[in-house]
Every structure is written in structure tokens, then in C-alpha cells.
Design a protein around this ligand. Structure first.
Ligand code: SF4
Length: 342
């Protein structure tokens, strides 16, 4: 490892006790994020839209949890709520064993370093008036961890680590390609020595060939620094390679959560089955029985269907599905599903 590359997070570098290493890095319980919405143009009445409707998950040190669902299902809102970039309405978020939901801005500062985010659109998330060197070096300025020549060397080291040439550090974001800009975003996140990175659709805006490069880079960095990822995507094929476990989200709720292998070989939720049936497979002749075409779009979170949110599109829906909300329950071996019939 380079002299100036990020070091391992302290709790892991020091070895930690057995209890510490068994403890999840992140524990989210019953997280809700609601937005107030005015009923009509001239109405004073407000209604609450639940973008995230009581999700619970955990991530172990060095683990990647994929979070998958169609556009508008609340997965990005969940990611930003976990980081408190937007304030959660209720629920618990524990990071490295500490509850962070009630912390003040000042108290959150030290956690912000350890919890970073990479956005879908690197162009809009990078300040166009700052050079790449200033962008990547900003965490060192904010945290006061290095200055002058030393900071420059650390930025150069990060550039090399993410596959960028240090002699391009003086350029501005628009002078880089989309893939290179995403590498700048990754280098910036890495500068804070995070324990957790929320990867919010980090490859969705990139060409397929570049997607694989960026995912491989994230996996290499994870192996080196033992970071954890919450990897958000709308496509199961994208999360398959990088994830250890996968949570499937539909209209604000997690409907299935299990390890990657089980999800791909033995999905339980009808929504997961439909998503999986759309994933391209290398040998179509050996392939899946049939493609499941879901009727219609995801319903609006402003007016979600009662009972199971998936009931308006589920080919197996029965009467009870339209009345009672299925609870996410463990079936066996940690495999959780929210369905009355499975
Ligand atoms: Fe389909 Fe009913 Fe299961 Fe919902 S609870 S996924 S509607 S079968």
C-alpha cells in the first residue's frame, strides 16, 4: 500500500475484540422517511408520503449489501436517510455501535468522515469550479489532516489508486470522461478513510464496459481497506457481482432479503422472481422457464395500495393480500420474505 493511501479504519486496524468483529458496522431498524405533500394547489391540507416505510437491515464490516428495486421505490431516499443527508422521520440507525439519529450536526461530523456516498451522476456531484485535486483533497482540508505538499502527495496517491493519472489532477470535472469522473468521486470518498460507502447507483449512468471496470475497482478497494458498501441499483444484474447479500425493495418496503446465491437460485417473493426473470443469462438455451412481465408501473407512494403494496401487480394476489400487510419474516437460514403465500 502506498505511504499516502488511506489506512484501515481504526477499529479494524487494531484487531478489535471478537465481540466487536461480530457486531454489525451498520444496523438500521424500522427506518421511516415521510415527506409532507400538499393535497391540492389551493388546499392547506397536507398528507404524508412514506418514501421509506419501516426498513430494517444490517451490514457487517467488509460486507456489501445490494439494495435493489425499480425507480421510485425509495432506495436512494433510504441511503441518504441512513447518512442523515436527509433527516429520517423515525427509526434507529446505529453505526459502529452508536445511535446516530439524535446527534447534532457537530456530533455527526466525526461519523460523516466514516460514512461516505458515491452518487449516480458524478458530473452533478462534483463542483465544476474546483479542480480534481481540490475535490479529492477537500476532506483533508475539512478534517485538517494534511496540508501543502503532503496533501498534494496524498491526492496523487489516491488518483493512482483509483486508476487516474496524477498529472491530470489540475483538470476540471468537465475535462474527464464519465468513468473518470466516477473514479474522482470514489477517490474523494476514499480520502476520508470510510468504514461505509453508500454507492447510490454508481454505475447506472456509465457505459456497460465502464460499469464493469468501476465495479471491479470498488471490489479491489473493499478487499484492500475492508470497507462495507450499501450498493443501490435498479438492476439485479448490476448488484449480482459485487453483493454478499441482497435486499429487494418495493414501494418503500424491503420485500425479500437473503444471501446472493439463495436469492438467485431460490427466490421466494413474486416481485423478486419477476426481477430475476428479466436478468440476461449467458446461455439462453439452458435458460429460465419464462420471462415474467409485470403489469403496469410501480404505484405512486402518494396513494399506495392497501395490504401488500405489490398486490396490484402480483400474479398470485388473493383477497388477504389486498387487506393485510405481509411482514418481513425469516423463513430459514436468514432468508427473509414479506409475502402471505411464500
Ligand atoms: Fe403477491 Fe400476496 Fe405475496 Fe403480496 S402477499 S407478493 S400480493 S402473493
Amino acid at each position: 500500500m502506498s505511504q499516502h493511501a488511506p489506512q484501515e479504519p481504526q477499529s479494524q486496524a487494531s484487531g478489535g475484540t471478537a465481540e466487536e468483529s461480530a457486531r454489525p458496522l451498520l444496523e438500521v431498524t424500522d427506518l421511516v422517511k415521510s415527506f409532507p405533500l400538499q393535497k391540492g394547489l389551493f388546499s392547506r391540507r397536507e398528507t404524508l408520503v412514506k418514501a421509506v416505510d419501516g426498513i430494517s437491515l444490517y451490514i457487517q464490516p467488509g460486507e456489501t449489501l445490494g439494495l435493489v428495486g425499480e425507480s421510485g421505490c425509495g432506495k436512494s431516499t433510504a441511503g441518504k436517510s441512513i447518512l442523515r443527508l436527509i433527516e429520517p422521520t423515525s427509526g434507529s440507525i446505529r453505526f459502529e455501535g452508536s445511535e446516530i439519529t439524535g446527534l447534532s450536526r457537530t456530533e455527526m461530523r466525526r461519523y460523516r468522515q466514516r460514512m461516505q456516498i458515491i452518487f449516480q451522476d458524478p458530473y452533478s456531484s462534483l463542483n465544476p469550479r474546483m479542480t480534481a485535486e481540490a475535490i479529492v483533497g477537500e476532506p483533508f482540508v475539512i478534517n485538517g489532516t494534511s496540508r501543502g505538499r503532503e496533501r498534494q502527495q496524498r491526492v496523487a496517491s489516491l488518483f493512482e489508486r483509483v486508476g487516474l493519472r496524477p498529472d491530470t489532477m489540475g483538470k476540471y470535472p468537465h475535462e474527464f470522461s464519465g468513468g473518470q469522473r466516477q473514479r474522482i468521486g470514489i477517490a474523494r470518498a476514499l480520502a476520508s478513510m470510510p468504514g461505509l460507502i453508500i454507492c447510490d447507483e454508481p454505475v447506472s449512468a456509465l457505459d456497460v464496459s465502464i460499469q464493469a471496470q468501476v465495479i471491479n475497482l470498488l471490489m479491489d478497494l473493499q478487499a484492500e481497506y475492508r470497507m462495507s458498501y450499501l450498493f443501490i441499483a435498479h438492476d439485479l444484474a448490476v448488484v449480482e457481482h459485487i453483493s454478499d447479500r441482497i435486499a429487494v425493495m418495493y414501494l418503500g418496503r424491503i420485500v425479500e432479503l437473503t444471501d446472493k446465491r439463495t436469492l438467485f437460485t431460490n427466490p421466494l417473493h413474486p416481485y423478486t422472481e419477476a426481477l430475476l426473470s428479466a436478468v440476461p443469462i449467458p446461455d439462453p438455451a439452458a435458460g429460465r422457464e419464462r420471462r415474467i412481465i409485470l403489469r403496469g408501473d410501480v404505484p405512486s407512494p402518494i396513494d399506495p395500495p392497501p395490504g401488500c403494496h405489490f398486490s396490484t401487480r402480483c400474479p398470485e394476489a388473493t383477497g388477504v393480500c389486498r387487506v393485510e400487510t405481509p411482514v418481513l419474516t425469516e423463513r430459514f437460514g436468514g432468508h427473509q420474505v414479506a409475502c402471505h403465500l411464500r
